[in-house]
Ligand binder design. Sequence first.
Ligand SMILES: Nc1nc2c(c(=O)[nH]1)N[C@H]1C(S)=C(S)[C@@H](COP(=O)(O)O)O[C@H]1N2
Ligand SMILES: [Mo]
Length: 320
Amino acid sequence: MLIRIPPPSAVRSGEITPEASYRNRRRFLADMGIGAVGLLTAACGDAREAPAPAAANAALTIATRSERAGGETVTPIETVTTYNNYYEFGTNKEDPSHNAGTLKPRPWAVKIGGECELPGTIDLDTLLKPHAIEERIYRHRCVEAWSIVVPWAGIPLGEVLKRFKPTSKAKYVAFETIYDKAQMPDAKWSGIELPYVEGLRIDEAMHPLAFLSIGMYGKVMPNQNGAPLRLTLPWKYGFKSIKSIVGIRFVETMPPTTWNKLQSSEYGFFSNVNPEVQHPRWSQKSERRLGELFKRPTLMFNGYPEVASLYAGMDLHKFY
Ligand SMILES: Nc1nc2c(c(=O)[nH]1)N[C@H]1C(S)=C(S)[C@@H](COP(=O)(O)O)O[C@H]1N2
Ligand SMILES: [Mo]
């Protein structure tokens, strides 16, 4: 029976399987319609409840679609799933696609706390249930001067946050990635303090562009891209888009963020894409779309001027 075959993602391909056959095996299982969900359900011996699709290749039911990248060509999925920053699974761009198979995206719970009326721990499927899944094509730019255009699937972050009734003391929202040494056996080599943490001012988190993504390219989120849910903030540098979120806290003061803790002169709290504010190591004036040969100019707020009002009156050289 096929259920005896471990999901290919559970095996570190680099250790035992050459990359090409790893991919073929993965595709084979996907073609057979077999994924982690089927395996998990079978293993638990309980198929009565059909969980939301959690296997990386399972199709999502998308209610609405919007193109918000100026009609630009979408980056091939193969590129976006093999060129990643997810330091818990290695610091080379290709590492997460090889190593993130040890992450288990279901069952998944998110702990919500701090300054809100309805704190608690909520199962991911319950969290998602009231919301229709949207697809949004966004540009994304890493501070390292590469960028991508991706059709994300998810729900507006603000709509989710409102359900927990933040109080008037909730000035910021703090997010935390899972840190489980069993699921992230090599994370100790990441060079960053874990768990990975990020934060937004509450009005940024409530902005309609702020998105909580659960998938991309019409399918469930691959582990290396931050399964089962991650932030997608198209006007900020990529590192603000925290992956595999297990904690959300409403707080009164500006929360710490991973890269700011490591090197505050290079990574500010806001980290808005801004060609006028230079980074000591990578030019912010231009960027290269993955897959393209020539650089293109980087746009203010990554080409999302609708967020400008969030920062009216702020000196963006000081608050970078
Ligand atoms: N937990 C966690 N989240 C993370 C990171 C990380 O190392 N760990 N890297 C960030 C950085 S630097 C970038 S550019 C984006 C990359 O997202 P992508 O791999 O989906 O393109 O994820 C961000 N979220
Ligand atoms: Mo990044």
